[in-house]
Design a binder for this molecule. Structure first.
Ligand code: ZN
Length: 244
């Protein structure tokens, strides 16, 4: 099977369409979505519609939770809270319902899907110590996660030992080795923060054991203009050009 792994779309339809265009040549069997479909960007319904249309296997992110239950946005920065309350007003009931019913963790064959970490969707997996929390909780060889918006992977060779971190902000390939376990972050489709402004996603082939982290150019101007026209905070689109 060949999987396309998407995370942190954040209502950026322009970036999502660019990624789907890139994927169209890749012969994908199944789509996986690691949460935060919405928040920040200007096209929440269209992004939900597309992911639903592809029948993606998905988990919920902290922004998806806050769109459903605004009480969860209490810890957001003021501009992020503004965006999520705006998003909640825009979302059709069927899309709110879809987000409300996404699980926190999903297991599919030998893969675990989560947003921030397996024990806590809102936890940022940044360091090897953070990664250990998910390695200790996982029962599969691979976990795909998002939330930090950094494209990277962690490898664990021995249970309980600190894993090794491999940042891949410009993309690259990973070949899975027998006996090792992996935590893989495809990066963010809609708001990359690894100082590469291009949209990020991954392709996983479970027959060859290869994971390719890819970066795709998209029209940031167009996505920013949609946000500006929607009255969303300018700090939220200014960062798109800087990839932070
Ligand atoms: Zn996110």
């Amino acid at each position: 099977m060949r999987y396309a792994v998407l995370s942190d779309i954040h209502s950026n339809l322009v970036a999502l369409e660019a990624v789907l265009g890139d994927i169209s040549e890749a012969e994908i069997d199944r789509y996986l979505c690691l949460g935060d479909l919405v928040g920040y960007g200007a096209r929440p319904n269209q992004c939900c519609d597309m992911i639903r249309e592809f029948d993606a296997v998905g988990v919920r992110g902290n922004h998806d939770e806050a769109a459903v239950d605004p009480g969860r946005a209490e810890w957001f920065t003021a501009p992020a809270r503004y965006c999520i309350l705006w998003t909640r007003e825009q979302l059709r009931p069927d899309n709110l319902d879809y987000l409300a019913n996404l699980p926190a963790v999903e297991i599919l064959d030998d893969m675990t899907l989560c947003h921030g970490s397996i024990p806590d969707p809102g936890h940022y997996t940044v360091t090897a110590e953070d990664a250990l929390l998910s390695f200790d909780a996982m029962n599969t060889s691979i976990t795909f996660f998002g939330h930090t918006h950094y494209a990277e992977w962690f490898m664990s060779q021995q249970n309980g030992e600190l894993p090794t971190e491999y940042p891949l902000p410009t993309g690259g390939r990973l070949t899975l080795e027998d006996g090792c376990r992996y935590l893989v972050n495809p990066g963010a489709v809609g708001q990359p923060r690894d100082v590469n402004e291009q949209a990020a996603y991954a392709i996983y082939d479970d027959e060859t054991g290869e994971i390719e982290l890819r970066r795709v150019h998209y029209e940031i101007e167009k996505a920013a203009l949609q946000m500006k026209e929607a009255g969303l905070p300018d700090s939220m689109y200014a960062r798109l050009w800087r990839g932070v």
